[in-house]
Design a protein around this ligand. Structure first.
Ligand SMILES: [Zn+2]
Length: 278
């Protein structure tokens, strides 16, 4: 139903964050899968989302996570150890692919509000590294305030992004919910494929980047794809005008027609299915 893809958006603060989920990478001898990776030029955050309710006992001595729910106990691998291990493999992977692997890479385990976090040992490090989904945006903002140095150029991030896209990515439309983000946290508009700024401006059938002046005929395809993944698999002309920053109903009609999306309803109320079409 959903095409594999990359979560290609910025938060409202426009930090240029990208989210990758479930990329399966090869480090030569073996494969490893990354949970959720947030990237920007200054730092990366590696995270593992544990959507478990009940009491979560983090036992770093025996490297286990114990979940107690309704008088029952379940045992899981220690997610902190898992995500730290992934991080270690990812640092090597970065080096193999000639990226700067000195970029600060944080790791967190994200749990939702239906769980009670209970450290069995190492309280301080667990308090730092096991966080509520509601806290993620605060952490991103505070890290941005503390990291001015850019370790990646836009071009390098683009290359990283392409490699991650080429690797097997499992997409999940629930990603925003998992990270406790709203669609209002997303910036709208078409992202420039050259410099990753947004929004591009539609002029005479082309997209023009107001920052780097690059032009593109089909940069909106990624935006439509993101919309389907992150917000809603269906869209109306009016919603798409708002999302793509286009005033003209006729221009958006033209774009929708060209994509051959299936639709229901007539004229103004028409709802297009973004997962159909060419
Ligand atoms: Zn640009």
């Amino acid at each position: 139903m959903y095409e594999p893809g990359v979560y290609h958006f910025s938060f409202q603060e426009n930090f240029g964050n990208y989210i990758f989920q479930g990329s399966r990478l090869s480090s030569g001898k073996y494969h490893f899968q990354i949970g959720v990776l947030l990237t920007n030029p200054h730092f990366f955050i590696f995270s593992e989302v544990k959507n478990l309710s009940g009491k979560l006992i983090f036992d770093t001595e025996y490297n286990q996570l114990i979940r107690q729910l309704d008088d029952r106990e379940g045992y899981f691998k220690d997610p902190l150890m898992q995500v730290n291990h992934q991080r270690f493999q990812f640092v090597n992977w970065l080096q193999q692919h000639k990226f700067n692997n000195k970029i600060p890479i944080y790791f967190v385990v994200i749990v939702n509000e239906n769980s009670k976090i209970e450290p069995r040992n190492n309280e301080d490090s667990i308090a730092d590294k096991v966080i509520r989904d509601t806290k993620l945006l605060d952490i991103v903002i505070s890290l941005h305030n503390n990291h001015n140095k850019a370790f990646f150029t836009k071009k390098e991030l683009q290359r990283l992004q392409n490699l991650l896209i080429d690797s097997h990515i499992l997409s999940d439309p629930e990603i925003l919910t998992l990270l406790n983000l709203n669609s209002e946290d997303l910036l709208t508009g078409v992202i420039c494929p050259e410099c990753t700024q947004l929004p591009m401006k539609r002029v005479h059938g082309k997209w023009i980047c107001l920052v780097c002046k690059a032009t593109s005929k089909n940069a909106h395809l990624q935006a439509l794809h993101d919309y389907a993944l992150l917000i809603n698999p269906t869209i109306t002309n009016k919603e798409l005008r708002k999302y793509l920053h286009i005033d003209s109903e006729a221009v958006v009609n033209y774009i929708l027609k060209a994509m051959n999306f299936d639709f229901t309803g007539n004229t103004k109320g028409r709802v297009y299915n973004l997962t159909s079409g060419t």
